[in-house]
Design a protein around this ligand. Structure first.
Ligand code: FAD
Ligand code: N01
Length: 543
């Protein structure tokens, strides 16, 4: 393997030259760095944060934890790592996941190759030199023959744009950018806007501490009890003994989760009693595997209604106040928005210090000095929390002003929705790769499974390029178009377009309504990626 220009350039000019520049030091960027170093490339990772962990560095709100079981929401690439690390809970907390990310960085000697506190805000292809120039917000320049975007799909926060925010005199926080030293809610009147996964995790914890918590809901969400618990040593030992088999099962599961166990029957092919028992069994088991009970919950209205109705009944059983229960009962199809997993979410609304408000009935006008002003009221708060999500999948990429060949701006090319070949690479942007990009299973899967698959594919592709002495790889526009039509065709045959989810960009005003991830599942997707590689990168131009 030869590596060109592999020495660092002059630090005096603040210009750095590498084989590969990776942006982002979350789980994707860390593993990419590890694999590229293994094949002898000179790599630098640029990261805006002061530490590794990405999602788990930024999202420190109370109650934050994973909802894919920790034994599976972890790297599989090193058996030593998975044998030595001990998760405490079925679904571990953000601090524990961040500790794991830090452990990985130290164990694999990654830190020395990551430049922290470096936000990339310009990325430009120099076609003559066949290299990428990345500029940081402080003006430093970094050159790489290849560029890998490990910038995350849920990393660009949807910043609150409510009128009057600057006039509000209390404290306010965004879940995706939570302060590192925590927030003291005791004795405080707190308002929270949003009822997605972040809020569903935070609300029960904050309610226990605050004097009063007021929840502003725009759309009710389905949530399944996580049934989180400490892991027993015998079950950990059992999983560790069978890790190779479990990881293989994960790679063969459509969502990348071995414990998912998808039902093979269609919902209406079984009796009502059998169906109810199966939903109850999955409800008791806990977690988001609930909607995998029948094969057609995601594609058939009638099947979907049976699962949705089961959850609505549970909400009505749990929540004492019938008006609140009705308001918490979602009316859209289940699984259209990302399913939440909770600990005591619905139960929390039985507390006397929690109030639920419907912003569809009394819309938020903005913030005033005392708190939140709606059409009909002013609600006074000491603290307001914005749990309003992310500019998902495209936000982080578009915020970097990526400019490809002949001055092509990614922002222009994606103005009608993202275009990508396999969610890995874009026509007009040679030698640039995206990990878990739009057009790949990404956010519809255990992200660890998808991240590892993408990283390994990119590593192999760069090995191929280096071994063949090639300088440039770029998808053919025709291959990209065919792939995106396939992505759209698969999504159109599901119930994915039946609600206003962030999967279709509906949470960001003006964003084109396109279902962004690939809904066909990991196995066919992996097969396609493997075929492309095995055929000498079919669908790509290589020179
Ligand atoms: P990220 O972790 O988002 O890391 C991207 C990194 O890139 C960040 O550190 C960011 O600072 C950096 N970056 C971005 N842009 C720039 C720039 N311009 N310049 C410099 N640095 C930049 N997935 C699951 O599969 N299971 C779960 O249980 C789960 N739970 C989640 C819980 C929360 C609260 C959230 C928000 C997401 C969750 N996800 C979950 C999705 C999660 O994002 C992924 O699992 C995974 O952590 C993504 O890793 P990543 O490295 O791809 O991206
Ligand atoms: O964000 P969201 P999130 N006025 O977009 C509301 C992952 N994650 O941070 O539905 C009033 O889901 C918005 O309302 P609506 C997971 O993939 C995982 O909670 O658009 N309300 C919605 O209720 C997840 O899906 C975990 O009508 C406004 C909420 O804010 C993804 O990250 C935990 C509003 C935003 O919900 C994002 O989750 C956390 C406005 N102007 C996150 N704007 C796990 O458990 C938005 N809303 C693993």
């Amino acid at each position: 393997m030869t590596s060109l220009k592999s020495e660092s350039g002059s630090t005096e000019k603040h210009t750095f030259v590498y084989d590969v520049i990776v942006v982002g030091a979350g789980f994707a960027g860390m593993y990419m760095l590890h694999e590229l170093r293994k094949i002898g490339l000179n790599v630098l990772v640029l990261e805006e944060a002061t530490g590794v962990g990405g999602t788990w560095y930024w999202n420190r709100y109370p109650g934050a934890r994973c909802d894919v079981e920790s034994m599976e929401y972890s790297y599989s690439f090193s058996n030593e790592l998975q044998q030595e690390w001990n998760w405490s809970h079925r679904f571990s907390t953000q601090p524990e996941i961040l500790e794991y990310a830090n452990h990985v960085a130290d164990r694999f000697d990654l830190r020395g190759h990551i430049k922290f506190e470096t936000r990339v805000n310009s990325v430009e292809y120099e076609a003559g030199e066949k290299q990428w120039l990345l500029r940081s917000s402080s003006g430093e320049e970094f050159y790489g023959r290849y560029c890998v975007m490990a910038t995350g799909t849920l990393s660009s926060v949807n910043q609150p744009k409510f009128a009057g925010l600057d006039k509000y005199q209390g404290d306010w926080y965004v879940t995706g950018r939570w302060p590192h030293d925590g927030v003291d809610f005791s004795g405080k009147n707190v308002g929270i806007i949003g009822t997605g996964s972040s809020a569903v995790q935070a609300i029960p914890v904050i309610a226990k501490e605050a004097k009063h918590l007021t929840v502003f809901q725009r759309t009710a969400n389905y949530s399944i009890p996580a049934k989180n618990r400490p892991l027993e040593s015998n079950e950990v030992d059992d999983i560790k003994n069978r890790y190779a088999e479990i990881r293989k099962q994960a790679r063969e599961n459509r969502a990348g989760i071995a414990s998912m166990k998808p039902g093979l029957n269609t919902a209406m092919s079984v009796s009502e009693t059998e169906r109810h028992d199966e939903y109850q069994r999955r409800w008791d088991e806990g977690g988001t595997g609930f909607t995998a009970a029948y094969s057609d919950i995601g594609t058939d209205d009638t099947a979907n209604f049976t699962a949705a109705e089961f959850v609505r009944d549970k909400i009505k059983e749990t929540v004492n106040n019938s008006v609140t229960a009705e308001l918490l009962s979602p009316t859209n199809t289940i699984g259209c928005k990302r399913l939440c997993a909770d600990t005591d979410y619905y139960e929390t609304y039985n507390r006397v210090n929690v109030t639920l408000l419907d912003v569809n009935v009394d819309p938020i006008k903005g913030l005033v000095k005392e708190g939140v002003q709606t059409e009909n009221n002013v609600y006074e708060f000491d603290i307001v929390i914005f749990a309003i999500g992310f500019d998902a999948m495209t936000g982080a990429l578009l915020s970097m002003n990526i400019k490809g060949k002949e001055g092509l701006q990614l922002r222009d090319i994606w103005s009608d929705g993202p275009q990508s070949y396999l969610g890995l690479s874009m026509a007009g942007f040679p030698n640039l790769f995206t990990i878990t990009g739009p057009g790949s299973p990404s956010v519809l899967s255990n992200m660890m499974t998808s991240i590892e698959q993408h990283v390994e594919w990119i590593r192999d592709c760069l090995s191929y390029m280096e071994a063949g002495g090639f300088r440039e790889i770029e998808p053919k526009p025709s291959a990209e178009e065919r792939w995106m039509s396939h992505v759209e065709e698969i999504a159109a045959n599901t119930l994915r377009y039946t609600c206003n989810s962030w999967y279709v960009g509906a949470n960001i005003p003006g964003k084109k309504r396109i279902f962004m991830p690939y809904a066909g599942g990991i196995p066919p997707y992996r097969e396609k990626c493997d075929q492309v590689a095995a055929s000498g990168y079919d669908g790509f131009n290589i020179s």
